[in-house]
Design a protein around this ligand. Structure first.
Ligand SMILES: [Zn+2]
Length: 405
């Protein structure tokens, strides 16, 4: 009964989007989302557009409930009240799903990237059909949590590690899930009846950081993720780099590790083959001849000075430091955010990668700020949701007449 009512709720969702008309209008709305409350004057400065253009774009967005005018007037220019603009948070809601090898994390977020609801599901299997069913069940659970706000749902973003063709929603190759050529986006759209975007997980995270995090005011940045895999999202020249062939920032597969260990991609010498959490744990297990050791044991042993554990973390840190240096030497970002599920616990690893980075970053590229921040799998899911919000705004209707129809 409950399933039927949820499906009925889903079919009533029209995935409404604001009518923005042009790329410039989308840029104005985006600035209001990312920098609000913000004055028309400041939006004009940020976008290089006249205040008249800003006012013309914003008026229909206010009328249709996407933008609100601040209650309290500020006076940035004497005698001229400024009423700042901000996005109406719940006017656009997206669901984001992060697919891991054995579990799913899903959230619904609003235009402030605030989490409205969340759910977690253990996967019995990671074959495409089971995962698709689990995503549908998670989306239904979140729609039920949203209640009446579900009417403002713009779609579902899904993030998966690997080589993803975002334009078709196809997972071309995901070593972690052992998937090849899975048309995940199409399957989900037909099952859900909602727009679906499929994105590489690290790139989705970079999109969220660009709008709401470290990249909000940076001209260029990289986000490096450390955990089950080593990934890198790159933002430069006003956009998150996708790569001509859909692959970019795969620093986990730079051949910088002096090891014979075989990577999940099948090659030898990859950074990930020594620096992923799995690779570190395996090295410590081998060193102790104990396949039952857990990551918490490996961290404890390293803290106690156990030689094989110290070596495993230091080797991993060295490989990541080399990969970070290669990254900044290639494109010189303002800041590199290092995020990961456990990276804050790896103090040996962090010290080593900072030393290695300093040793190999060339000239002024070494001035790049390295920020280390813990994040959770729900943050990955938020990245997927933000990728969907961005897609909804980039592909908004061209005619004002489409508003609210
Ligand atoms: Zn590899």
């Amino acid at each position: 009964m409950r399933d039927d009512s949820v499906r009925a709720g889903r079919s009533a969702i029209t995935a409404r989007r604001p009518a923005l008309g042009t790329a410039k209008s989308a840029e104005i709305f985006t600035r209001i989302i990312t920098h609000g409350p913000v004055s028309r004057l400041d939006i004009g400065r940020m976008t290089g557009l006249s205040q008249a253009k800003v006012t013309k774009t914003v008026s229909p967005l206010i009328e249709s409930g996407y933008v609100q005018v601040g209650e309290h007037a500020e006076h940035s220019v004497p005698g001229r009240p400024v009423r700042p603009l901000s996005a109406v948070p719940s006017s656009m809601i997206a669901i984001g799903v992060k697919v891991n090898e054995g579990e799913l994390f899903a959230v619904s977020v609003d235009l402030r990237n605030d989490v409205l609801g969340s759910t977690h599901r253990v996967l019995a299997s990671h074959d495409p059909e089971s995962v698709t069913d689990a995503i549908v069940a998670s989306v239904d659970a979140l729609i039920a949590q949203l209640g009446a706000d579900a009417a403002n749902l713009v779609g579902v973003g899904v993030s998966v590690s690997g080589d993803i063709d975002t334009s078709t929603g196809t997972v071309r190759h995901s070593p972690l899930l052992d998937w090849s050529q899975v048309p995940l986006g199409d399957r989900l759209e037909s099952l859900l009846g909602l727009p679906v975007t499929v994105e590489n997980d690290v790139r989705a995270l970079a999109k969220a950081e660009h709008w709401f995090g470290v990249g909000r005011d940076a001209t260029s940045f990289a986000i490096v993720t450390i955990g089950a895999g080593i990934g890198c999202g790159i933002y430069v020249n006003g956009d998150v780099v996708t790569g001509s062939h859909g692959v970019a920032g795969e620093i986990g597969h730079l051949p910088l590790a002096s090891s014979d260990a075989i990577c999940v991609c099948g090659r030898r010498g990859c950074v990930e083959a020594v620096a992923s959490s799995h690779a570190i744990l395996e090295a410590v297990r081998r060193g102790h001849g104990d396949s039952g050791l857990e990551m918490t044991d490996a961290i404890r042993l390293a803290h106690e000075g156990d030689p094989s554990a110290v070596e495993a973390f230091e080797r991993a840190g060295t490989a990541v430091g080399d990969a970070l240096a290669a990254t900044v030497n290639l494109f010189g970002p303002e800041v590199v955010l290092i995020a990961g599920e456990g990276v804050m616990d790896y103090d040996l690893y962090e010290r080593r990668f900072r030393e290695e980075f300093q040793a190999h970053a060339f000239g002024a590229a070494a001035n790049c700020r390295l920020v280390v921040r813990r994040h959770t799998f729900y943050d990955w899911a938020r990245g997927a949701a933000v990728a969907m919000l961005r897609e909804a705004i980039a592909n908004s209707p061209l005619d004002r007449a489409d508003v609210d129809t």
